[in-house]
Design a protein around this ligand. Structure first.
Ligand SMILES: NC(=O)c1ccc[n+]([C@@H]2O[C@H](COP(=O)([O-])OP(=O)(O)OC[C@H]3O[C@@H](n4cnc5c(N)ncnc54)[C@H](OP(=O)(O)O)[C@@H]3O)[C@@H](O)[C@H]2O)c1
Length: 330
């Protein structure tokens, strides 16, 4: 069955409400073979996914190049491919977000993805200072005018960054963390995003695997998996790993969620369905490292709406067990 579509802000695009997050097929999630990566992406496309999220730094371009190669073989509808720029800067400083640097990153992504014009480029969680530099957004406007990108948006860490970013008229989309463990976007941000016609991309929907219910106290991760090397924010914002929830507290909350699952519903699909209950969401982009996961995630759109009492119970889990760890940090 096809995945239902939603409008993507003011772009005129209609995208599948479940997309594909292509970080794991690039790197930082332990070893994912080229063959598993290709299978995962093909499975998502076959299931009706029409939105892919990647970044120039995922596997230093590996994710973008796998997407290019798969799409060269794919005979179905052409999906929207959103990539990101900025994280190749070293040091990663606001002063590096110049037109020249952005253009060089974008040219590299055009090459990696094998396209003349990128569908959507997102600033990749830039330092907060960047949102207060209109010249960065003017540079992106000029790259649209030059035909190198069709639309641009931002991927943010903090809600306040999103609220600032959407004041720029050229910003078409915001990518943000929103899941059962990160409920604050529901308050002000979704209202403002809808009022301004933003495409809203929801990332880390499974809290890096926690909200699949499969992790436990003895789960082990490879040294090159961010769930090992960034557990305490050593390499990038800790909010990107397990949504920033301390591991023990998260496992206890997952146990509190288990009894709320309707009979036979996998927790991963349930967690994705929870996100889709919000109208402001345009597309949720679960990561998948193989065909099985991609198929399971795409199937979440077929689940019925969650009952109001289930939604309330999930809010209670958040309020009682999770909010103190995350609510005022992001
Ligand atoms: N700064 C940014 O802009 C930024 C940051 C983070 C993510 N993102 C984007 O958001 C996407 C999604 O976030 P994410 O990948 O970090 O986290 P996620 O979607 O919450 O978790 C993905 C991981 O969960 C496991 N998984 C997925 N589906 C599963 C299933 N059905 N059953 C069991 N396990 C499953 C897989 O890992 P294992 O099998 O190894 O457990 C997979 O790699 C990324 O791919 C990327 O495109 C962007």
């Amino acid at each position: 069955m096809a995945i239902p579509t939603r409008p993507f802000g003011r772009t005129g695009w209609e995208v599948s409400e479940i997309g594909f997050g292509a970080w794991a097929i690039g790197g930082s999630w332990g070893d994912v073979t080229e063959s598993d990566a290709r299978d995962a992406l093909f499975a998502a496309l076959e299931a009706g996914t029409t939105f892919i999220d990647t970044a120039d730094v995922y596997g230093d371009g590996r994710s973008e190049r796998i997407i290019r190669d798969v799409l060269r073989e794919w005979r179905g509808p052409r999906p929207i491919v959103a990539t990101k720029a900025g994280r190749r800067l070293s040091p990663h400083a606001a002063s590096g977000y110049t037109r020249a640097n952005l253009e060089a990153f974008i040219d590299r992504s055009r090459k990696n993805l094998g396209v003349d014009s990128l569908d959507l480029v997102q600033l990749h969680c830039p330092p907060t200072e960047v949102y207060y530099r209109p010249e960065v957004f003017e540079a992106l406007d000029s790259l649209v005018a030059a035909g190198k990108i069709r639309f641009y948006g931002v991927s943010v860490e903090k809600i306040e960054e999103a609220l600032k970013a959407i004041e720029y008229p050229g910003v078409s989309s915001v990518q943000i963390i929103y899941n059962i463990f990160r409920q604050r976007p529901q308050e002000l941000f979704f209202r403002e995003a809808r009022a301004r016609g933003m495409g809203v991309i929801v990332r880390v929907p499974l809290a890096s695997g926690l909200l699949t219910g499969k992790l436990n106290r003895s789960s082990e991760f490879a040294a090159d998996d961010h769930r090992q090397f960034n557990r305490h924010g050593e390499a990038f914002d800790v909010g990107e790993t397990f949504s920033g929830v301390p591991y023990e507290a998260a496992l206890e909350a997952v146990d509190a969620i288990r009894p709320l699952l309707p009979q036979g519903t996998p927790m991963a699909a349930f967690a994705l369905r929870w996100i889709l209950m919000a109208d402001a969401v345009s597309v949720v982009i679960p990561g998948a490292r193989n065909r099985t996961q991609a198929v399971a995630n795409a199937a979440a759109s077929q689940l019925p709406s969650l009952a109001p009492e289930t939604m309330r119970a999930l809010r209670q889990v958040y309020d009682e067990r999770i909010a103190r760890h995350v609510h005022q940090r992001w």
